[in-house]
Write a protein that binds this ligand. Structure first.
Ligand code: VGL
Ligand code: ZN
Length: 199
């Protein structure tokens, strides 16, 4: 029988209240995700993991401010406050997240010149993280996703899961969004169109 995996996206201190790129009520996903973790045989985590001076940081672009958009060689890129810098407390998983059983941690965004929202591809939509191969080799055909943020890393991961031929469900109760200029509604629409099940 095809296996299923839970993919827990970026439940890290910097995306929770008090963090550098706090998602409103981001920490409320933790108890929901802890219950999900208990129900799945296979649990995978993603961890946003940027070097200092990463190109997605507004601080790397003189005169630019967080949440503005710049044109990168791979397309438009939203600029963020410095966040999830490798090895810092902000990059650590939320202290109450029960991640012990996770079988894989996919780190992303570690190439200085390119950002990565999706657990499957960097923002050029071509450079793979290796997750597709991992899932296929392990016979996993369906992924359930939850975490932060709905309209960025969760959403792009779910879209890419579909693009790679996996069934994908997003548990909305276990997600919170950033919502820049309608990005949350836009992502909900894109996920529906791509055949992502919104639960
Ligand atoms: C994320 C913006 C920048 C996310 C990561 O996890 O949704 N958003 N880096
Ligand atoms: Zn990031």
């Amino acid at each position: 029988m095809a296996e299923e995996a839970l993919v827990v996206v970026d439940v890290q201190n910097d995306f929770c209240p008090g963090g550098a790129l706090a998602v409103e009520a981001g920490d409320e996903v933790v108890p929901v995700i802890n219950r999900l973790i208990q129900r799945f045989d296979h649990v995978i985590l993603t961890q946003d993991w940027h070097p200092a001076g990463h190109s997605s940081f507004a601080s790397s672009h003189p005169g630019r401010r967080p949440f503005e958009t710049v044109e990168m060689p791979y397309g438009p890129q939203t600029l963020w406050p410095d966040h999830c810098v490798q090895g810092t407390p902000g990059a650590a998983f939320h202290a109450q997240l029960e991640w012990t059983r996770a079988e894989l941690v996919i780190r992303k965004g570690f190439r200085r010149a390119i950002d990565s929202y999706s657990a499957f591809f960097e923002n050029d939509h071509r450079t793979p993280t290796g997750l597709t191969g991992y899932l296929r080799e392990r016979g996993i055909a369906k992924v359930t996703l939850a975490g932060l943020a709905t309209d960025f890393c969760v959403g792009f991961s779910a879209l890419d899961a579909r693009r790679q031929g996996f069934e994908a469900t997003v548990v909305l109760e276990g997600c919170r969004g950033i919502d820049i200029d309608g990005s949350l509604d836009a992502m909900m629409q894109r996920m529906r169109e791509a055949g992502v099940v919104l639960a």
